[in-house]
Write a protein that binds this ligand. Structure first.
Ligand code: SAM
Length: 247
């Protein structure tokens, strides 16, 4: 089996996991693992440390890339990606346009469902990092393109089922969407601030798609402790507003 893989162990009631990629050895507090052994293993097999602890080998999935892939900035978080997938009905025949690529996390989630994802990133170094993350994901249906989406969208002669914009440039992009989206397709714009979301709504109003909603998804983890069960007291931070327009 090829890297990357997740190595997982339950020890003293706690799960520990490691995302490994192309290393020879992994040093853990439960011993050293010789990773060339992975070549002869399958997912679900065990690999044993020199102290005799057994680690299970798992195939990484999109949430593992959110947790472990190298980041160039803030990737979109799974709770918000879920809102996009659910509200657009993303499916295996869809062609998606995404910008900016950032760390490529949203593109990896979308690419694990859709037929194809075309994603634009303006910065060379971010693009290179995203290219490595996409390569690690093993997905072959994600096409990374270098460029300013506000300019590139004007020359596109492709059409898309779903368009995701997670960039401050979204405002300049919206007016070009009707020319490249299939009838019935969805555009999703992610806004960190109310002001940005308002600007996006104003731009959308000018081109008047059929339905537009703006959502904030508040997620609460439930903690199960000896004293009782309740929503976690850890701070619930704001992530973004998600505007979804159907064309
Ligand atoms: C918040 S990040 C996107 C994160 C991404 N959705 C993810 O899940 O990893 C925004 C990205 O947009 C890029 N960007 C900014 N302006 C752009 C433009 N005009 N065209 C393309 N990319 C742009 C930035 O360089 C940055 O990498």
């Amino acid at each position: 089996m090829e890297s990357p893989v997740i190595l997982k162990i339950l020890h003293n009631g706690k799960t520990k996991e490691y995302f490994v990629n192309k290393q020879d050895k992994l040093h853990t507090d439960l011993g050293i693992l010789h990773l060339e052994e992975l070549k002869t293993k399958s997912y679900g097999d065990k690999i044993i440390s020199h102290l005799g602890h057994e680690f299970t080998i798992q195939k990484p999935r999109a949430p593992d890339f959110f947790k472990y892939a190298k980041r160039t900035g803030a990737p979109m978080v799974p709770k918000d990606i879920g809102v996009i997938i659910a509200n657009t009905g993303l499916c295996s025949t869809d062609i998606v346009l995404d910008a900016g690529t950032g760390s490529g996390i949203l593109a990896i989630y979308l690419g694990s469902i859709a037929k194809k994802v075309v994603t634009y990133e303006i910065r060379d170094e971010f693009m290179e990092n995203a290219r490595q993350n996409v390569e690690l994901s093993g997905l072959l249906n994600i096409e990374l393109r270098k460029g300013d989406i506000a300019v590139e969208i004007q020359g596109l002669d492709e059409r898309f089922d779903v368009i995701t914009l997670d960039t401050a440039a979204a405002k300049e992009v919206i007016r070009h969407i009707p020319g490249i989206i299939y009838p019935g397709g969805f555009a999703v714009i992610y806004s960190p601030f109310f002001e940005h979301a308002k600007e996006i709504r104003c731009e959308l109003h000018k081109i008047n798609p059929g339905e537009v909603i703006t959502l904030e998804n508040i997620e609460r983890e439930i903690s199960f402790g000896e004293r009782g069960t309740r929503p976690s007291t850890a701070r619930v931070g704001h992530t973004g507003f998600i505007t979804i327009a159907r064309f």
